[in-house]
Design a protein around this ligand. Sequence first.
Ligand code: MN
Length: 232
Amino acid sequence: MSSYLFETPEIQSIPVQGEDAKYPINRIFCVGRNYAAHAAEMGVEVDREAPFYFTKSPSANLASGETLPYPPGTDNFHYEMELVLVIGKPVFRVPVEEASKAIYAYGCGLDMTRRDLQLVARSKQRPWDLGKDVEGSAVFAPLTKAAEMGELDDQRIHLEVNGELKQEAQLKDLIHNVQEIVADLSKYYHLVPGDVIMTGTPAGVGPVVAGDVITGGVDGLQPISLTIGDPE
Ligand code: MN
């Protein structure tokens, strides 16, 4: 039996509608610039050839409904509302036509971002980690099994801050759809149950401050919320 010098980290997880057991998080992959209007507002061209990715640590997981203290090191902390999918079967080099079988469930997620640090990193051609892998920045609502969601098409994805609409699009606006994302990512990784993919955000990203309440949703999925607290 192994022993460890320090207390082992808690296994991070996301609740699943209709299940007592939770979905355990292995890795969190995030797709960049997957809605044309968002790429435009960020002042960059969309790469339609292939998606690109960054990652967040599983320990960045935060449940919907929680309060996140305004994080250190930023003056421009942004919300990004996203469709999330989670893997339920091991796949490696899976073709697009077979990629759906790997998707266990969908959910709403927030990719909270230190935008000022991300943009500095981008301009200096450095990694995005300080901007993106923020403690508590991977916020997930309870998941809905893929069979209950059905086809992704004209479902509305939206986000409000203090009740005011900020982001709105349809899932069919995704440049790379969920099957294409799973197929492409599986060219580089052995995807396994526990792997979570945030699929990118629509246009309308913007800053929040302490006291703001973020709400969001995707038709057919459990809604998400996050309160921004005072800095620690
Ligand atoms: Mn994002």
